[in-house]
Design a protein around this ligand. Structure first.
Ligand code: SF4
Length: 256
């Protein structure tokens, strides 16, 4: 569905501004808490089943960018800027072209390898940081928790391609799923570390609705009682990860 937004360059906790070219997200991640915020805005429907394209986003941006103080723009806080509909709508691409022409710094975060389509624009930015979210190397887990996102190998290839072009990159390992063991995380870290300037770690954010979805997905594979001792799990995991990372030349940050 196509909609017309009232504003597009909005204040953000990540960077100075965020731009969400779409409402909803076709990647349909089980752990996504954008669903919660999108519901607060009045949208209904099962998360992942709808996406609304803000077709006036580039025009709005052209108007707003002239009036606002330059700052870092994050794409995107409540949707994935490279979800499948972007192939046809090209809203993210048109937004990037505008931001690039005004020389605004950007952070892009995605679970899609289709970002490579826009590598020509991305490499023209003076200040750009591109991140891929990856919670596992296991494709079975990826399909269960992020069903319509790009396969992990495709994301890694895209990350490597961007690094080849000397783009600043990060990998966001989050949310770490309860039950993920340290060896799995070590393997993921070692796989991406040479292509990421920074690795972030995050835990589950249990906004209303998330716990029941996770419960259904997790109970099919492991950890039926994942919710009890969740905080202790993350505290202990953090300690172990810090120990693991100490000996490595890896820049990292915990979001929790
Ligand atoms: S890609 Fe991001 S916004 Fe989209 S469903 Fe997954 S977590 Fe939510």
């Amino acid at each position: 569905m196509e909609i017309r937004a009232r504003s597009i360059l909005n204040r953000s906790a990540i960077g100075d501004y965020c731009i969400n070219p779409y409402v909803g997200c076709q990647h349909a991640c089980i752990y996504c808490y954008a669903d919660y915020y999108t519901r607060l805005m009045g949208y209904r429907g099962e998360w992942g089943s709808y996406v609304h394209a803000k077709i006036n986003a580039p025009d709005l941006l052209l108007k707003e960018i002239r009036k606002k103080k330059k700052g870092v723009v994050y794409l995107s806080s409540l949707t994935d800027p490279y979800q499948p509909v972007e192939v046809n709508y090209r809203l993210t691409r048109r937004i990037l072209e505008i931001l690039m022409s005004y020389k605004w710094p950007i952070i892009i975060q995605t679970k899609s390898s289709s970002i490579i389509r826009d590598i020509d624009v991305i490499t023209k930015f003076d200040n750009v940081n591109v991140g891929f979210t990856m919670i596992t190397l296991d494709e079975d887990i990826r399909r269960r928790f992020e069903p319509f996102s790009s396969p992990i190998n495709a994301r890694i290839d895209a990350l490597m391609r961007l690094k080849e072009e000397k783009v600043r990159t990060f990998v966001f390992i989050g949310p770490i799923l309860p039950g993920t063991d340290l060896d799995e995380l070590r393997e993921l870290i070692m796989t991406v570390k040479d292509y990421a300037d920074l690795i972030y770690f995050d835990r589950l954010n249990l906004k209303p609705g998330v716990a029941s979805r996770i419960d259904r997905a997790l109970s099919e594979i492991w950890k039926p009682d994942w919710l009890s001792n969740l905080n202790i799990y993350y505290v202990n995991l953090k300690k172990s990860l810090i120990k693991l990372l100490e000996g490595e030349r890896i820049k990292y940050a915990f979001v929790y």
